[in-house]
Design a protein. Structure first.
Length: 270
């Protein structure tokens, strides 16, 4: 019975996800038992078995499309509804979902868009999609208790140099070629958006209390956070800040960064 159920589920999945529709999917099922689909799915005078499965096939695509429109709302705004629909049609043919969670459906969309003809009209669209995808991943990412500022203050001064403060496991630092944060913010706030300026930028994406935030980073902070994410000691992080401080007081710069990281809930014990 278990084998029969598994085979039935596999058959219906193949038909529902058939790239050219249920009819062509059925034609490819050479081993389908006697009676064909009618022996499995009950049809009537109003809807045949094939028509009933077709309904599920359409629901399958549109449910994924609607989920991806939510996950990539700014990319949708930039490309337009028709272009985004066509983008997803091609994307899902090349990258059909393989995970139980619908949140994984858009994992490869930024990379797919990077080589897509639609980029010609919006060359920053792939970076925008990458930022939006990172927000999804950070939202569902691993959790960990953030460092309590009071416990940090209680750490003896002699222990600070060797102390390790890592970035939150769900946090990400993105290296982008286009400054797309303002486009995403404008779409989120329902404001008119302008095309992104080209220029290398690091963007921090992190979560605090079930909310995801993002902001562009200056080089000193980006290098310091990347060092922390690799497990550097506090002394090593301070050295990174000092190397990028230039005319700024490195101690004051480190204090400002540390205060902000603690306020943002960005740090965990190493």
């Amino acid at each position: 019975m278990q084998t029969q159920l598994k085979n039935l589920q596999s058959l219906l999945y193949r038909l529902i996800t058939a790239p050219s529709g249920v009819a062509e999917g059925l034609a490819a099922e050479l081993d389908l038992s006697a009676g064909g689909l009618d022996a499995i799915v009950l049809g009537d005078d109003r809807l045949s078995a094939e028509a009933r499965v077709d309904i599920y096939a359409n629901m399958y695509f549109y449910r994924i499309r609607d989920a991806l429109k939510e996950d990539f709302a700014a990319t949708l705004a930039v490309l337009g509804d028709d272009n985004f629909h066509n983008l997803l049609t091609g994307y899902l043919l090349e990258f059909p979902p393989t995970e139980p969670s619908i949140s994984e459906c858009g994992r490869y969309l930024p990379d797919y868009l990077r080589d897509h003809p639609l980029r010609e009209g919006a060359p920053f669209a792939a970076d925008l999609a990458k930022l939006e995808r990172a927000i999804v991943e950070v939202f569902v990412g691993l959790d960990s208790d953030s460092v309590d500022p009071e416990s940090l203050r209680a750490t003896p001064p002699e222990d600070w140099p060797a102390m390790k403060l890592r970035t939150h496991p769900a946090a990400q630092i993105l290296a982008l070629e286009w400054r797309v944060s303002e486009i995403l913010r404008a779409v989120e706030e329902d404001r008119p958006w302008k095309a992104a300026e080209q220029g290398a930028v690091k963007v921090l994406v992190w979560r605090r209390k079930a909310r995801v935030f993002y902001r562009d980073l200056k080089r000193a902070e980006a290098d310091a956070l990347e060092a922390a994410s690799r497990g550097a000691t506090f002394a090593e992080i301070c050295d990174v800040v000092a190397a990028n401080a230039h005319d700024d007081d490195p101690v004051a710069a480190m204090n400002r960064m540390l205060a902000r990281w603690l306020s943002d809930g960005l740090l965990v014990r190493g």
